[in-house]
Design a protein around this ligand. Structure first.
Ligand code: ZN
Length: 288
């Protein structure tokens, strides 16, 4: 593992986080009747959560980080007034699966792509009581509260176990980390992600969007179809720019020095994925 990645992981999971977690609160927003986005405010609280609730039962999409499990469960209970029946993990990262053990203990059935279970099972730091107990390879559909939730696997995009959740009638999509709204995306090449897979996944999501589709991004504010397209366009342009330099025989350091993503820096650079890191990810993934 390169030192930079390690620093980034520590940023997400380390002592600094534990200190600031006291300030974090979860905020619920009703997206359409019975379907909520829950986001952490006041510090980094993991990915945005999706929550479907109604007479038939409750589905939670992703479950934040372990130190926040109590707060997260309290925020969910405030909205639903009952226990969570199913948790769907959009991918393996700890800021989306960290609450699995707490949710399993509270009686939820954890559902995830096959590769998420494999990766969590191999992770010695993961509490195995939170392993997914229902897994799928391609897709699975939930039928609850007069809504369908179509869970669709996207191949080798952010990781090798990504899924999006498409609430067709409600016209809402939870993208997991296949959208960092208004930020350069994290594409985890060490966990099976790829630039081409990420672009293909975003194109598939865009094809599911109508003019009024509401999109819950993995990170960042609620998104529209136009936001989704804007983020995809940045990545496609980045691929074009860095790809052309690779074809000219430029080295990774040459490409970083030339800074082909400079025009996107002010809007898309952020703490975890800097413009330089995005450039290196494009170079590494497209050179393969
Ligand atoms: Zn992630």
């Amino acid at each position: 593992m390169n030192p930079k990645l390690l620093v980034s992981i520590l940023f997400f999971c380390g002592a600094a986080f534990a200190q600031q977690s006291a300030d974090i609160q979860f905020k619920s927003t009703e997206v359409v009747p019975g379907l909520y986005m829950i986001e952490g405010v006041g510090g980094f609280a993991g990915g945005n959560l999706g929550l479907l609730t109604g007479d038939d039962g409750v589905i939670l999409i992703d479950d934040s980080l372990p130190p926040l499990s109590d707060k997260m469960q309290a925020a969910i209970a405030k909205v639903t007034g009952k226990k969570v029946d199913f948790v769907i993990n959009t991918h393996v990262h700890g800021d989306h699966t960290g609450g699995n053990p707490a949710m399993a203990k509270a009686g939820a059935t954890i559902v995830a792509h096959d590769n998420i279970r494999k990766r969590l099972a191999a992770n010695k730091d993961f509490d195995k009581t939170g392993l997914p107990v229902v897994t799928f390879s391609d897709q699975v559909t939930f039928h609850l509260n007069d809504k369908t939730a179509h869970v669709i696997h996207m191949q080798n995009a952010h990781t090798d176990g990504d899924a999006i959740i498409h609430f067709k009638e409600a016209d809402v999509i939870h993208t997991g980390d296949l959208l960092f709204n208004g930020m350069f995306p994290f594409i985890d090449l060490n966990s099976g992600g790829s630039v081409n897979g990420y672009i293909a996944a975003q194109e598939k999501i865009l094809a599911l969007c109508g003019p009024d589709t509401k999109i819950i991004a993995g990170h960042g504010p609620m998104a529209s179809k136009a936001d989704m397209k804007a983020n995809l366009d940045v990545l496609k342009d980045g691929k074009k720019l860095v790809g052309a330099m690779i074809e000219q025989g430029k080295s990774e350091e040459d490409v970083v020095a030339a800074n082909p993503l400079a025009k996107y820096h002010d809007k898309y650079n952020w703490q975890f994925i800097s413009t330089e890191r995005m450039t290196r990810t494009l170079f590494k993934s497209l050179s393969k």
